[in-house]
Design a protein around this ligand. Sequence first.
Ligand code: HOZ
Length: 433
Amino acid sequence: MTSRNDELFARAQRTIPAGVNSPVRAFRSVGGTPRFFTRGEGAYLWDADGTRYIDYVGSWGPAIVGHAHPAVVRAVQDAAAGGLSFGAPTELEIVLAETLVRRMPSLELVRLVSSGTEATMSALRLARGYTGRSKIVKFEGCYHGHGDSLLVKAGSGALTFGQPSSAGVPSAIANETIVLPYNDSAAIEAAFVAEGDAIAGVIVEPIAGNMNLVMPAPGFLEALRALCHRYRAVLIFDEVMTGFRVHPGGAQARFGIVPDLTTLGKVIGGGMPVGAFGGKRAIMEKIAPLGPVYQAGTLSGNPVAVAAGLATLALTETPRFYDRLSRTTQTLTDGLTAAARNAGVTFCAQAAGGMFGLYFAADVPNTFERVMACDKEGFNAFFHAMLDAGIYLAPSAYEAGFVSAAHSDEDIAATIATAARAFAAVGSDSAFV
Ligand code: HOZ
């Protein structure tokens, strides 16, 4: 019998490229039919066939308090009733800026935009405008949205589909991007020695979440900080994913490193389109109309989106919010690791705050090469076994997973029990062990 998901997927492909509005959603890497969701509540999603899933994608990060939290929905309804968009300043956007600055003190000034991609594109332009230099350093497997300068050896969907460097990016732009291996302090030092006076900035995911999940090696972020300081380049932490997800003050607070600029998104919009970039006053003052670097947006600081973000951030400020979120995520990854071991499956997992990585490998990878060496077929088999049993994981071996405050102990236990059956059922498959 054809499912409603199949029907919708066939229909979608008639008018939308590959039937989706963002590539990873197409399930091309794992195969099969994407689920078309009709509803989300707490830790759960329901698809067009009425099937319920425990959700570990969380809209790719924003849903940190779970789906449709009543306080967030109320804030959105109240804001919407007062008008959807004015294209003019509101008090609420000041409150969001004040909240971000309080929680992330490296932000001396912050500007709101509508997506993480916009935030990273603007931060790069600002780094170039501030320094008067043109080259940007990024790391292989890191993804910073789909801006031209950043789609060179990128992670996420670009990596998933084997096109880490996009067609359509002029070589004149790609040539301004220096790509180095993540976690390789010697390589970045060598790049600065060779081209230090041409490097405007270094952009990095302080925990990489778009090539599965890769933690920074001890000393790596410190080396970036010291080198950017020495060569007067702008250090940009892309915290679109990690911001207010791995620590109350983001990855920069977790590791005690102060970047020059930070980009944010996802959690700060609570599921609505909000991004932000901010940092040192002297750099941010180069932004128009204070300075010569232009950036603008009709929907920037949109009142409904800002209301959702503020309500979400307020919910994360309850005592022990991050302790519990981290514990829940750790319980999940410990349980999955134990279930795989019992089934004799080569697998490991790790948690970072409310993010996690799953690896069909003996050891947790700390480089791009080691991520690429993980057993992708094993992941795909596991993904489908879990999906069939009502657990929704990211449909790619190269994406991090996300846990929300709405995931109960029972949800985690049910997920581990399901994984134990999935590992046992497919564990004897040679592609999986
Ligand atoms: N690039 C996003 C994950 N890292 C996926 C965005 C989406 O499909 O919504």
